[in-house]
Design a protein around this ligand. Structure first.
Ligand SMILES: Nc1ncnc2c1ncn2[C@@H]1O[C@H](COP(=O)(O)OP(=O)(O)OP(=O)(O)O)[C@@H](O)[C@H]1O
Length: 308
């Protein structure tokens, strides 16, 4: 697939010497929903801010639709819509005017019809004449999305789109994001909610300490989720795994007290019963057993803990 955003060797050191991004390479494909996951302070907002031209990079390049964000700032910026984390917008303007004005800022011709359609899509049409200050938090967030889409961008950045919103609005956002993708808009969202990435993304990237530590297709990542493990706490420590058990995917703890069977929980026949029989035949006894299933959350926590 063709990348719409190419980030290469991107580094950002703030004035106080803190390195928020460290040599980041990342390509975002045209038309995908990409979720960037990471703990607080990982560098997600910095990455977005540089790509949108709000913060200068210390080193590296970013191209949007082939335009260098520094040299061809206008062309690159025109392709991007940004929904920021903070709810900042002109409190005393009406919904219609503020969205229409934002479109004008990007040099797009006035279009009442376009703004009307956009506001209808976002369930904001009824509120078009309301001053923004009178809207609820959820409605204000929709206004931010409308503003970000007012100049018909190819790429939409959503920085923590559903932080602090209720379940209903979150579902609405997800529906909206999917609709946009169907229209060919590329979406990059940052999130703390793993279920959001699970629900929405085509690909998932994990950032930690200013470094991208993983980028994978969601389906590929999820396939590891179908794996379960059965831990057996053995009565007697085992030196080596007996050859009679060679057909099973087993690991033995370094001290020989725990034998772990890895199996596909989604498979029709997991082989667990046969395995337990084989153990009995070998005279291997255990005092306890437990099964565990890995979730995206486990994978994420594990990655963030172990990689630095
Ligand atoms: N202007 C600045 N000067 C110095 N350090 C900064 C500045 N802006 C951000 N940082 C630091 O850079 C790091 C990355 O911040 P960033 O906002 O990109 O993280 P984030 O992944 O978006 O986190 P969050 O999820 O909390 O928004 C943080 O440790 C932050 O304190």
């Amino acid at each position: 697939m063709e990348p719409i955003i190419s980030i290469s060797g991107l580094t950002k050191s703030y004035a106080n010497g803190f390195t928020a991004l460290d040599n980041v390479d990342l390509e975002i494909n045209k038309g995908e929903i990409f979720a960037l996951l990471g703990p607080n302070g990982a560098g997600k907002t910095t990455l977005i801010s540089i790509t949108c031209g709000l913060v200068n990079a210390t080193a590296g390049t970013v191209h949007v639709g082939g335009h260098d964000i520094f040299r061809d700032y206008r062309q690159a910026r025109a392709m991007i819509g940004l929904v920021p984390q903070e709810l900042t917008t002109d409190a005393f303007e009406t919904v219609f005017d503020t969205v229409s004005f934002t479109r004008g800022l990007f040099g797009k011709p006035r279009s009442k019809a376009f703004i009307e359609e956009l506001l209808k899509d976002l369930s904001l049409w009824d509120k078009r004449d309301n001053k923004i200050i009178t809207l609820s938090g959820g409605m204000k967030r929709r206004v931010l999305i409308a503003k970000a889409l007012s100049h018909e961008p190819d790429v939409l950045f959503l920085d923590e789109p559903t932080a602090g919103v209720d379940v209903e609005l979150r579902k609405d956002m997800w529906r909206l994001v999917r609709q946009l993708r169907e229209r060919g808009v590329t979406i990059i969202l940052t999130t703390h909610y793993i279920e959001e990435a699970e629900e929405m993304a085509d690909r998932i990237g994990v950032i930690r300490g200013g470094r991208i530590i993983l980028v994978k297709e969601k389906t590929e990542l999820m396939s590891t989720l179908g794996k379960k493990q059965l831990d057996l706490h053995l009565t007697e420590p085992m030196q080596v795994i007996p050859s009679a058990l060679a057909a099973y995917h087993l690991t033995l703890s370094p001290d020989g007290t725990m034998l772990t069977l890895h199996f596909e929980s989604r498979a029709e026949r997991t082989g667990v019963t046969r395995f337990l029989q084989a153990l009995a035949e070998q005279g291997i006894q255990y005092r306890d057993l437990e099964t565990r299933q890995s979730t995206l959350e486990d994978i994420f926590v594990d990655l963030v803990r172990h990689q630095s």
